[in-house]
Design a binder for this molecule. Structure first.
Ligand SMILES: Cc1ncc(COP(=O)(O)O)c(C=O)c1O
Length: 323
């Protein structure tokens, strides 16, 4: 312990930490296999031939307490389904955050609209509602609030701004399963919420996504947009109402998603317990700031961001990270 392992000392850990990239750090196994087997045995891998994806949608909607859930192929697709459903198009602006995954941008740029970046709070790394309001113009059609690393944005003022200005509020919850803002789950506060099930997420299907809303009309459009614009409620000749994409989740993903949904509460609880323990351990170290969690918020710790004042350590940030 005298000398850092980086400089030849005895390492504290000899075995690598578990990783989200394989079984060492992921809770996956028999439950997924059982449902996957059902799908394979049925021979129906397409969502509109089987019941796995539609059942997952019902279960996810119930899990969040929302009316509608529309599954898709990725978190990027789930966000694109949201921007497609609200009718985002050329000439419109969307106010969002400069620190996020490219998927948030693709959902805007994919509709030929323009992302406008608002400032972030320097400690939560989430949207500053006052700056969002300053950037609203006649061209603004929506705000996309990204709950970064699993920490909810300040949703009350964002909701108020969106309502006052008559624009949509979309929540990017890719990193924030079961995160809470003043007792409400993220994804249920804005007009639409979007989740990712990519390998690294709290619940995962390799790739996958889901869009949720309480608005019947947005849900109808979301379903068309995910399925080439096709209205499957019309029997006989195919009816296409709008331009959509093929973002249909397969029954195989649906099977894994259903099994994962039963585990996600445990995953989030475990992460919270580990994060709380870590915060307790490092809070007194000069130059180290653990994640900031504003009052009334519950973090879901997709990541555990630590803020470092490198000058306290007389080292470069890259050296501290390596150590
Ligand atoms: C905040 C955020 N938005 C969108 C996405 C896009 O999701 P996906 O990779 O499933 O397309 C991600 C994925 O990492 C994300 O973290």
């Amino acid at each position: 312990m005298e000398r850092l392992a980086l400089f030849g000392g005895e390492p504290v850990r000899k075995k690598p930490l578990p990783t989200i990239s394989d079984k060492s750090g992921r809770n996956i196994g028999e439950e997924e296999l059982r449902l996957l087997r059902e799908v394979i045995v049925s021979g129906s891998l397409f969502r509109y031939s089987g019941r796995m994806v539609s059942t997952f949608e019902e279960e996810f909607a119930e899990f969040l307490g929302v009316k509608h859930a529309v599954a898709s192929t990725s978190g990027t697709a789930a966000l694109h389904v949201a921007t497609g459903a609200i009718g985002l198009g050329p000439g419109a602006d969307v106010i969002t955050t400069p620190i996020t995954d490219m998927g948030t941008m693709i959902a805007i740029l994919g509709q030929n609209a323009i992302p406008i970046f608002a400032d972030l709070d320097p400690y939560t790394y989430n949207l500053n509602p006052e700056d969002v309001e300053r950037r609203i113009t006649d061209k603004t059609k929506a705000i996309i609030a990204v709950h970064l690393f699993g920490l909810p944005c300040d949703m009350d003022p964002l909701r108020e701004i969106a309502e006052e200005r008559g624009i949509y509020l979309i929540e990017d919850c890719a990193q924030a399963y079961l995160a809470e803002y003043k007792g409400r789950l993220v994804g249920t506060i804005g007009d639409v919420g979007c989740f990712s099930m990519q390998q690294s997420k709290h619940m995962f299907t390799g790739d996958g996504g889901i869009t949720v809303t309480n608005d019947d009309e947005l849900a109808r459009k979301a379903r068309f947009f995910m399925d080439k614009g096709w209205d499957r409620t019309v029997k006989g000749a195919r009816m296409y109402h709008m331009l959509g994409f093929n973002y249909r989740m397969t029954e195989l993903q649906g099977a894994v998603a259903r099994a994962q949904l039963r585990k996600v509460r445990w995953v989030v609880e475990r992460r919270r317990a580990v994060a709380d323990a870590l915060t307790k351990e490092i809070s007194d170290i000069e130059g180290v700031t653990p994640p900031t969690v504003p009052k009334g918020c519950k973090h879901s710790y997709w990541l555990y961001p630590i803020r470092i004042d490198a000058s306290e350590f007389k080292a470069e940030l890259s050296e501290i990270a390596e150590a």
